[in-house]
Design a binder for this molecule. Structure first.
Ligand code: C2E
Ligand code: MG
Ligand code: MG
Ligand code: MG
Length: 280
């Protein structure tokens, strides 16, 4: 009986593996289609000056509508990476976002930040693609920030691509800082300009904040300052968290308290206003 149960388990396992594979194939086919039919588009989330709640930048976040429903990036980005589609999709995302942000930059001085995956960085054509998109859209290099997840950055630090892009004036941000395995001693060697403190550090701040949580955030901010990096707090959801970040002199913030990701038209109406708590 034990053997039989084991066999059934194996069969169930094979079946779920097959189901997973066919779901992946379905996502890949859908993404290929979306590349040409407008199913892939960008939302933008405000990055604000913590002190004034004024928008200084926007983070572009990819959206995919499949059969009328939004598929989360956490679902389709990994498939895009596994299939190599991320090269084409990432380039399209960058082109759409730069094309949109050029007017926002001209009229409001905003900068644009775009997420980049490790597969894109490893693509030998990546730097040329970025520079070509800047030239085509007219967005100045100084208005573009590329966000790279902490763990990926460690590997990428040895590649010349980030240096090439930075020498052209593009800035690099460490995304989700604190979730990777970078040693603090290594931070000074990374070719970066901006440090985004992961949501998990910000979300833990209750009202009133606990001293041990505050000391952790203060330490990260001090670290960023000492390394000459601009800090951005991610995932700010409450007024209490925003107040605490002001007290700690965190220069920039991002999160539902200041505005959820939204389409370009909606974001356009918010530029130049204080966005504290309006969309939360
Ligand atoms: P990320 O770059 O760390 O982006 C922040 C994520 O947190 C976004 O999720 C955003 O909607 C969400 N968020 C922002 N503020 C809050 C808040 O106050 N509370 C909570 N709970 N969440 C908040 P999203 O849009 O689902 O994106 C997830 C991840 O997918 C991104 O994390 C990024 O790693 C990846 N991604 C998104 N767009 C792209 C893209 O164009 N290219 C690549 N390579 N990756 C992308
Ligand atoms: Mg990001
Ligand atoms: Mg990320
Ligand atoms: Mg992040």
């Amino acid at each position: 009986a034990a053997k039989q149960a084991g066999g059934a388990r194996t069969a169930r396992f094979d079946e779920s593996l097959r189901a997973e594979q066919s779901e992946r194939a379905r996502i890949a086919a859908g993404l290929r289609q979306a590349l040409t039919d407008g199913g892939l588009f960008m939302h933008y989330q405000p990055v604000v000056e913590t002190g004034t709640a004024r928008i200084t930048g926007v983070e572009a976040l990819m959206r995919w509508r499949r059969d009328g429903e939004l598929v989360p990036p956490g679902v389709f980005i990994p498939v895009a990476e596994q299939t190599g589609l991320i090269i084409a999709i990432g380039a399209q995302a960058l082109r759409l976002a730069c094309g949109q942000a050029v007017a926002w930059h001209r009229e409001h001085g905003l900068y644009l930040t775009v997420n980049v995956s490790t597969h894109q960085l490893r693509d030998p054509g990546f730097a040329a693609t970025v520079l070509e998109i800047l030239a085509d859209t007219g967005l100045p290099a100084a208005a573009l920030v590329l966000e790279i997840t902490e763990s990926v950055l460690i590997d990428a630090a040895d590649t010349p691509v980030l240096g090439t892009l930075r020498s052209r004036g593009i800035r690099i941000a460490i995304d989700d800082f604190g979730t990777g395995y970078s040693s603090l001693a290594y931070l000074h060697a990374l070719p970066v300009d901006i440090l985004k403190i992961d949501q998990s550090f910000i979300r833990r701040h209750e009202d009133p904040p606990r001293p041990q949580d505050v000391s952790l955030t203060r330490a990260i901010l001090e670290l960023a300052r000492g390394q000459g990096l601009i800090a951005v707090a991610e995932g700010v959801e409450t007024a209490g968290q925003a107040d605490l970040l002001r007290e700690l002199d965190c220069p920039l913030s991002q999160g539902y308290h200041f505005g959820r990701p939204a389409d370009a038209e909606t974001i356009g109406t918010l530029l130049g206003t204080r966005v504290e708590g309006v969309a939360a």
